[in-house]
Design a protein around this ligand. Structure first.
Ligand code: G3P
Ligand code: CA
Length: 375
C-alpha cells in the first residue's frame, strides 16, 4: 500500500452525537452548528506540525510560535521509540529532518522505531530547515531536538493561550498498541477530563470538549482509537487511491508519465459519489466526528493533492453531522476558494496567515514572538 508519508518528502462525549441533516444550521454555515455540538472551535486554525512555515516542524519554536500566535490546535504526528516513548515526528525515517547521516551513518535509513529516545535526542532536528529555507533561517534553530509527546503537551500548557491537541497516529501499523499508549499518556496528563479555562481573551480550546482531536488515515487505527477513547473526537483523514477512497483511474504518478505531481493529483477523481458516501458512512459509524480531506492548491507545490473538498463532498460530511478540516493550506487564495466550498477550518503551516484570513490576526509579529522565546 502507498506510504502516504512519501508524498511530503518532496516537499464528548461525542460518540453518539448525530445531528439530523440541516437541523439548527445556518444555510451557508452547516459545519458551524456541528462544531458547536462537538465542542471544537469554528472555524478551526490547526497549526500543522506547529507554525512550520517559520520554524522547523514539530520542534519547540514551531509549537511555541503556533501557541503564541493564537492557533486553536497544535497538530502533531505521533510515533514510538524503540524503548516505548511517544514522540512527535512526521516521517518514519530521520533523513529529511535530522542529521542522522552524520550521527549514525550506518543506520541513516532505518525506521525511527529502531532508535531509543536517548539516541534520537542526539540528533539535530533544526539545521535542515536553515538549509532548506535560508530566507527563514535562524542560528538558534541549529541543534533543536525531536520532542516527546510530553514535551509538546508542556508547550500546549505553557502559555496564556491554551490550544488543543490535534494528534495523528502516524504509520500506526508499525506501532501495535500505540492507540492504548496514547490513551494512557493523555489520561496521565489530564487531557481526557475537563481542563481549566484560559483567561478571557486567550485561546481556550483546551477547556472545550474537543480539547483533543484524534486523527488517522488508517481505518484500523480509527477503530482502536474509538475503542480506547470513545468520548474523544476523531477525524478520518482522506486520500485518494492506494487503499483509500477508490479513484476513477488506476494510474499512479509513476505510470501516468506526468511531470508535475500536483497536476497529476489534481487530475485524479473519486470513482463515484457512492464510493465517497461509503467512506463518509464508515467514518460516522466508527466514531468520527469529522473528516480531514486532501485538497488541491491553486499554485500547486508539494502540499497540493487531490480535490476532496468539493461542495458535494463537504455536504455529505455535514449531512452526517461531521465537520471538514482540509490539509494543508497556507495561502489566502486557497483559504478563500476552499472556504467557499463549505469547510470548517484548515490544517495550515502558516497560522498567522489563516488567523488574518479569519479576521483575528495575531497581536504580535512572528519575529517578536520568536525573539521573546529565545529564537
Ligand atoms: O494530519 C493532517 C495532515 O497532517 C496529513 O498530512 O502527511 O502532513 O501528516 P501529513
Ligand atoms: Ca499529520
Amino acid at each position: 500500500m502507498f506510504n502516504r508519508i512519501s508524498r511530503t518528502l518532496g516537499g464528548a462525549a461525542l460518540a453518539g452525537v448525530l445531528l439530523s441533516s440541516g437541523a439548527a444550521m445556518a444555510a451557508n454555515e452547516p459545519g458551524k452548528a456541528i462544531a458547536q455540538q462537538i465542542g471544537v472551535p469554528w472555524p478551526a486554525v490547526i497549526a500543522h506540525r506547529g507554525a512550520s512555515f517559520d520554524a522547523p516542524e514539530e520542534t519547540v519554536p514551531s509549537y511555541t510560535l503556533a501557541r503564541e500566535l493564537g492557533a486553536d490546535y497544535l497538530e502533531m504526528d505521533i510515533q514510538r521509540t524503540k524503548d516505548g516513548v511517544l514522540i512527535a515526528l512526521h516521517d518514519d525515517t530521520l533523513e529529511r529532518t535530522t542529521n542522522i547521516a552524520d550521527v549514525f551513518p550506518d543506520r541513516a535509513r532505518q525506521p525511527l522505531s529502531s532508535f531509543t529516545l536517548d539516541e534520537l535526542k542526539r540528533l539535530d532536528a533544526g539545521s535542515w530547515f536553515n538549509k532548506a529555507h535560508p530566507d527563514r533561517a535562524r542560528a538558534s534553530y541549529a541543534g533543536l531536538k525531536i520532542l516527546t509527546l510530553d514535551e509538546v503537551i508542556d508547550i500546549a500548557e505553557g502559555g496564556k493561550n491554551k490550544p488543543g491537541l490535534y494528534i495523528e497516529t502516524k504509520v500506526p501499523a508499525q506501532f501495535p498498541g500505540i492507540e492504548a499508549d496514547l490513551q494512557k499518556k493523555l489520561q496521565q496528563r489530564g487531557w481526557l477530563s475537563e481542563r481549566p479555562a484560559a483567561a478571557k481573551g486567550y485561546v481556550n480550546t483546551a477547556h472545550m470538549p474537543g480539547r483533543v482531536v484524534l486523527q488517522t488515515f488508517e481505518k484500523p487505527s480509527l477503530e482502536l482509537l474509538q475503542k480506547s477513547m470513545p468520548n474523544v473526537p476523531k477525524v478520518l483523514l482522506l486520500w485518494l487511491g492506494d487503499g483509500s477512497i477508490a479513484a476513477s483511474s488506476d494510474a499512479t504518478f509513476k505510470t501516468s508519465g506526468a511531470k508535475d505531481k500536483a497536476a497529476f493529483y489534481a487530475s485524479q477523481q473519486v470513482k463515484s459519489k457512492e464510493e465517497f458516501a461509503s467512506w463518509m458512512d464508515w467514518a460516522k459509524a466508527h466514531g468520527a466526528v469529522g473528516t480531514g480531506p486532501a485538497s488541491a492548491l491553486k499554485n500547486g507545490g508539494d502540499q497540493s493533492y487531490m480535490d476532496l473538498v468539493q461542495p458535494w463532498m463537504n455536504k455529505m460530511a455535514h449531512d452526517r453531522g461531521m465537520v471538514v478540516h482540509p490539509y494543508t493550506v497556507d495561502e489566502a487564495v486557497d483559504f478563500k476558494a476552499i472556504s467557499s466550498n463549505g469547510v470548517d477550518g484548515f490544517f495550515t503551516n502558516r497560522t498567522s496567515e489563516l488567523l488574518k484570513f479569519y479576521g483575528r490576526p495575531a497581536k504580535e509579529s512572528i519575529d517578536a514572538i520568536l525573539k521573546r522565546n529565545g529564537f
